[in-house]
Write a protein that binds this ligand. Structure first.
Ligand SMILES: [Zn+2]
Length: 310
């Protein structure tokens, strides 16, 4: 007669088995959370699955997971967190320590490593950027050997106070680091800590969006529309706008990103995931213009990973 078999009151056994205990967080106030949706109603215990969004100024900005909810009168409820398939947390492939002697021996890479070892990330940065270009010609963008250099480029940008472009790199590579090395690997942790530091320096999503707006404008002046730097910076702008609650601007920016990104490239998968998240927020919020834009975005996303209007 364990709790698992009987279920944790008032949830039935199957609903208990598919969820985990969750301490109800403070969900009120300008920085809080709000449940949307109502589906998978259980005939046994009457619970339903709702999606929790983090909110800023009562505007949903990011998905915080799915919960089984049973209302307990008034505005109160009991909730258990639905255990999803841990897709993102599964290491896609073992980061095989394939040696790349020819890439590790190039002058650019050796210079970069030497500067880094001397704690001169600013001097290392251009050499890492050159070494990264060498690597991406022969290895996948999310190859473990490429990712190590991508992380150094991002860290070099952060160390030289290029906060906006650093954030853009960290946002791109963090999902790739999670997929390739796992969420708890030292490289993944280095990226998540660094982006937190960059955000502290920038000071809030509104400042981040303004900074990235200027960066994207500068990119547009001197780069082709499909240049990977422009695409990467614009993706970060889209995510910053989403964090500000500027949902339709966010969806528009991310639509442009997915249109301009190289089909089938590992980076494009990250951008498509960002657009999907923005669509979920737009649909959850339910404002007509947001929902229409999300519909257009979903159409774009449904066209497989294929070239679009151009
Ligand atoms: Zn149930």
């Amino acid at each position: 007669m364990t709790d698992e078999r009987r279920g944790v009151y008032p949830f039935c056994a199957p609903c208990t088995a598919a969820s985990e205990a969750w301490r109800t967080a403070e969900l009120t106030g300008p920085m809080g959370g709000r449940f949307y949706g109502h589906h998978d109603v259980c005939e046994n215990c009457g619970s339903s699955v709702r999606t929790l969004y983090n909110t800023v100024l009562w505007v949903p900005v990011s998905k915080a997971g799915r919960y089984r909810i049973i209302p307990t009168g008034g505005r109160s409820y009991v909730a258990r967190r639905v255990v999803d398939e841990p897709v993102a947390a599964v290491v896609r492939r073992e980061p095989v320590a394939v040696a790349h002697p020819e890439l590790d021996a190039t002058p650019e890479y050796r210079l970069a490593e030497a500067c880094w070892a001397e704690s001169e990330p600013g001097q290392a940065l251009p050499h890492y950027q050159a070494a990264l270009a060498e690597r991406e010609q022969v290895l996948a963008a999310d190859d473990p050997a490429t990712l190590r250099v991508r992380l150094r480029v991002a860290q070099g940008l952060l160390a030289t106070a290029n906060y906006g472009r650093a954030i853009a790199w960290f946002e791109l590579i963090t999902p790739q680091l999670v997929a390739v090395f796992g969420p708890h690997h030292e490289l993944t942790r280095a990226a998540t800590e660094a982006v937190t530091g960059a955000r502290l320096m920038v000071g809030g999503p509104r400042s981040e969006a303004l900074l990235l707006t200027d960066i994207v404008a500068a990119d547009i002046d001197r780069l082709a529309a499909t240049d990977r730097q422009l695409v990467r910076d614009r993706a970060a702008l889209g995510k910053a706008l989403l964090a500000c609650g500027d949902i339709s601007d966010a969806v528009e920016a991310l639509i442009q990103v997915v249109r301009d990104a190289v089909p089938g490239h590992p980076d494009t998968a990250v951008y498509r995931a960002a657009l999907t998240e923005a669509c979920e927020v737009a649909e959850a919020r339910g404002k007509k213009r947001d929902v229409q834009l999300a519909g257009a975005a979903r159409q774009l996303l449904s066209r497989a990973d294929a070239p679009t209007s151009r």
